[in-house]
Design a protein around this ligand. Sequence first.
Ligand SMILES: [Zn+2]
Length: 104
Amino acid sequence: MKELEPKFRCVGCKRGLLNRSVARCLYCGADVPEEARLAPEAIAQRDAVHARMEASRARLAQYVPPKQKEEGSPALDFVDGVATGLDVIDMLGGGLSLLGQVLD
Ligand SMILES: [Zn+2]
C-alpha cells in the first residue's frame, strides 16, 4: 500500500501538516504558509459536515430495530429491515461524499 504523502509540509520541521486549520505548525510552531492553510470557508464547511455526521450518528444510535413479533408477517418485517438498511447506507454515503469534497 502506498504511503499517504502529506500535501503540505511545515517549512520549519518538514513534517506533514495534519491540521491545516491552524496558523502554526503543531510540532515546531513555525508559521504555516498562506497557501497551505485552509480557507475559512473550507473550515466552516468542514465543521458543518462534521455536525451533520454527528447528527447522523446520533440518529443511528437512537435507532432501535423493530421487535420481532411472535405472530406476524415475516415478509413485511424483512421489507422493513431492508428499507431501514438502505436509508442508513444512503445517509452514510452522503456523509462520505461530502467529506471527499472537503478533504482534498
Ligand atoms: Zn514544523
